[in-house]
Design a binder for this molecule. Structure first.
Ligand code: ADP
Ligand code: ASP
Ligand code: MG
Length: 453
């Protein structure tokens, strides 16, 4: 599709980049300065998705007054922004009334209704950003992401359907991309084959943008956020973290996968498939070079970065019956597969198996494993089960880590008195990871960063 234009760029703006009128104006100027940007993917304004999640929880508890207060505050904030962006006074009317009807219909837990409710964050910001572009003299229209991004019906963490998405984009986007207009669509949301609204899981707008870039064969994907690229560690935790100017798809994917929030873990998969060059840049400092992510790099340093993934759950399954018995692991994994849980780390001993599950991967509701009684019951029929929460996975990421002697010993030494619950080394050349109590996660990351980067 990109043959009608040499360079076609999809730009995604995150929550903070949509978080205020000033931020939206900065984002609009970025779009204005680059005529190759034809499709813009936006997140909800910062804090909105969390607020909608509160609305949902209050609705399930039957707290109508709380629901109304929260919705009132959300509407007020968005209306103020609309006014300051010179949007037409009725721009958000229809969305607001649909939002309040959706909230009213929620009486019990329903992942399907939750996705419907969460979608309003992105739907509001898309309208606001269109107004911001118009205010900056850019002709812009919105396209409903649910007419573009096809997913399965796994509400809360829907999986994209690539071929259907490509067909939808060919039908609903291709001709319009050739016009001299900028199209704005929502990140995070899609629709299943019945037309029901779905979400890709928290932080999913990056993934949406990459999927749409793949579908329209865009050459470039720009992820505009609140930091000047991918750093060697989250700068909120490690002040000395350094910007990585260029990084390979594989390394960046590893970083995202191990919790670097700057990119949703799946973002680079479509980009790798399609060969889209990805840039991570700062909306608030647009002339900083940022990070360029592409296929092959000559320079592959031994140590690249440190990442922290919070919200890890350790499940220990133990039984004396395991001694010399076969089939135990298979049974445990069968139960986990049945509950659609993917396991990250596994260690086994004669009588026990310890494995970690990523609590953040469970979808938009943010619900923990402990609340999954069916899973607990199923595992308990096999053996004794212990569930520990509030753990964090710290990963040292790099290249050929298993081929260099002494790295694990050095890492252990620098961790000092941090209580390491589990270590995983050797399974991958690209990471060395430790499970620690969440309270000690930042300290562990700081020590590792100081020692290796
Ligand atoms: P957006 O709303 O734009 O999607 P996010 O909050 O999801 O932004 O992601 C940006 C944040 O990711 C940064 O503010 C930073 O604190 C955090 N972050 C975590 N790890 C890294 C890293 N390695 N490099 C850069 N930022 C990181
Ligand atoms: N608004 C969604 C979230 O907060 C998606 C995103 O921002 O990427 O999770
Ligand atoms: Mg994000």
């Amino acid at each position: 599709m990109s043959n009608f234009i040499d360079t076609l760029t999809v730009a995604k703006f995150g929550g903070t980049s949509m978080g205020s009128v000033d931020a939206m104006e900065s984002a609009a100027k970025i779009v204005n300065a680059n005529p190759t940007i034809r499709l813009v993917v936006v997140s909800a304004t910062s804090g909105t998705t969390n607020q909608l999640l509160h609305v949902y929880k209050a609705a399930v508890r039957g707290e109508t007054l709380v629901v109304n207060d929260l919705l009132g505050a959300l509407e007020h904030r968005h209306l103020e922004m609309a006014k300051n962006l010179n949007a037409h006074p009725s721009t958000l009317d229809e969305i607001f009334s649909e939002l309040s009807n959706t909230a009213k219909e929620i009486t019990t837990e329903s992942p399907r209704q939750l996705d419907q409710l969460l979608s309003f964050g992105e739907r509001m910001s898309a309208q606001l950003f269109r107004a911001a572009l118009e205010k900056n003299h850019i002709t812009a229209h919105t396209v409903d992401a649910r007419t573009l991004l096809a997913t399965n019906s796994f509400f809360g963490k829907a999986e994209p359907q690539i071929e259907a998405t490509r067909a939808h984009c060919a039908r609903n986007l291709l001709a319009r991309l050739k016009e001299k207009e900028v199209l704005v669509t929502e990140g995070f949301i899609g629709a299943d084959s019945h037309g029901a609204t779905t979400t890709l899981g928290r932080g999913g707008s990056d993934y949406s943008a990459a999927l749409l870039a793949e579908a329209i064969e865009a050459t470039n994907l720009e992820i505009w956020t609140d930091v000047s690229g991918i750093l060697t560690m989250d700068p909120r935790t490690v002040k000395e973290a350094k910007i990585i100017r260029e990084i390979s798809f594989a390394e960046a994917a590893e970083l995202a996968n191990f919790g670097a929030k700057v990119l949703h873990p799946a973002t680079l998969l479509p980009a790798m498939r399609a060969g889209t060059i990805v840039f991570v840049k700062n909306t608030f400092s647009p002339f900083d070079p940022g990070t360029k992510i592409y296929a092959e790099l000559a320079d592959k340093p031994l140590f690249r970065a440190v990442a922290v993934r919070n919200n890890q759950t350790l499940i220990t399954v133990s039984s004396l019956r395991m001694l010399n018995a076969h089939g135990f692991l298979a049974k445990i994994f069968a139960v986990l597969a049945e509950h659609e849980l993917s396991v990250d780390l596994v260690t086994t001993s004669e009588v026990s198996v310890a494995l970690t599950i990523d609590g953040t991967s469970l979808g938009s509701s943010g619900k923990g494993i402990r609340e999954n009684k069916a899973l607990f019951d199923a595992l308990s029929t096999i053996a004794e089960v212990r569930i520990e929460e509030n753990l964090s996975l710290i990963a040292l990421i790099g290249n050929h880590l298993t081929q260099s002697a002494g790295i694990a010993a050095r890492a252990f030494a620098c961790l000092g008195d941090v209580n390491v619950r589990l270590i995983c080394h050797g399974a991958s050349h690209n990471n060395l990871c430790f499970l620690v109590d969440s309270e000690q996660a930042n300290t562990a990351a700081q020590h590792l960063h100081r020692a290796f980067l």
